[in-house]
Structure formats: structure tokens, C-alpha cells
Write a protein that binds this ligand. Sequence first.
Ligand code: DX5
Ligand code: ZN
Length: 217
Amino acid sequence: MNCLSPSILSADFSRLGEQIKELDEAGAQYVHIDVMDGMFVPSISFGMPVIRAIRACTDRIFDVHLMIEEPGRYIDEFAEAGADLITVHAESCRHLDRTIEKIKEKGLLAGVAINPATPVSAISCVLEKVDMVLVMTVNPGFGGQKLIPYTVEKVRELRKIVDEKGLKTDIEVDGGVNLSNVEELMDAGANIIVAGSAIFSGDVTENTIRFLNIINE
Ligand code: DX5
Ligand code: ZN
């Protein structure tokens, strides 16, 4: 299924609850939640207390993208805070397999993310264990960047592998996605679409509906 996962990193944090309700009412299926630790990525965003607080605003899927070193240390806490899907970076886990197992033991959906310069082959051993692969289309750390063109080829490569193996693995793209390039990414094989600045700059409802019209086509 194709889904929209608006990234609240670009939301107005003084009205976060209201904006999440607006996304929900406009029909976005997921809420993309970017957790940054100032180590794996240069920036620091927010953590469990914020996730716990916004859990009351919607029943939509909380798609928690952990851009932190050794995320395995915090899986229990993110599960308790209200995550439905936890994605960890292949580059940030010394024991990637164990961390994925930990997410699944909690009864959550598990995702693995790869940075632009990490090849698709880096996750081949865990592909059959995860529910989703997140292909970063910018270097993680900030919203509002421009999509790196070579990452589209990686989406295509991954889609081919997933289909050839007969897997149901979702492919998510994150970074620099907008109304002009979303179709190209879906043609390449992405089915879960993250958008931050393209949703939150301007009218949130209108932007969400515009994306959904393309994604649900
Ligand atoms: C970047 C984050 C993204 C970010 C996307 O490190 O993982 O989820 O919020 O923002 P845009 O869509 O503005 O590139
Ligand atoms: Zn993200």
C-alpha cells in the first residue's frame, strides 16, 4: 500500500498537537518522527517525552526514525512512548541484527535505514527480517535539503531485489521529497513517502491532500 508519512520535524512546535490532528484529518496514514542525538547526525531534535505527549493526538502509525548512535539502548523506551514502527540506521548499530530483533520482540514493525552513501548491499542479510527499508534521499540531520539524484537508482535497485524475492517489504524515501519529484520516486519503487518542508510550508491540509492525490492514484 502507498502511504504518506509527513515529517513533523518541520512542524510548528508551538502548535504540534493541532498540526498532527490536521495531518490525521487530511488523511495522512503515518506520522514521521525524526529523533536526532547530535552524535549520529549534527542536530538534536526531540525524544520520548514529545512522542508520549503527541500519542494522544492521533491513532495514525507513529513512524519513528532514530538518527541516534546505538539505538538498541532505547528500543524499550520508544516502544513505551508510543512508537508503532521503529527504524534504525544500518550505520549506527554495531549489532544490527540484534537491534532489529529487539524491535520485533516488542511487537513493533521494524525498519532499517541507509544513508545516501551506504550501498543497498549493506542490508541484504537483514532484508527478510524487516518490514521496511528507508532509503535516505538526503544526508540525514536536517529538513529542507535537496534530494540527491543518485539515491533514486538505489530505490530502483532495492525494489527489484524485494520483488524478485517475493517480499512485501515497504520502501520508504526520506529527504527532499516534494510534489514535483514524488512520482519519479514512486516509479522507482518507493511506497512510503516522507515529506517535511513540502507539507509544513504553506497550508498543511492542502499540501497533505495534494500529496495524497498523487500517492493514492
Ligand atoms: C532528515 C529527516 C527527514 C526530514 C525530511 O534527516 O530524516 O525526515 O524531516 O525533511 P524534508 O522533507 O524537508 O527534506
Ligand atoms: Zn526522517
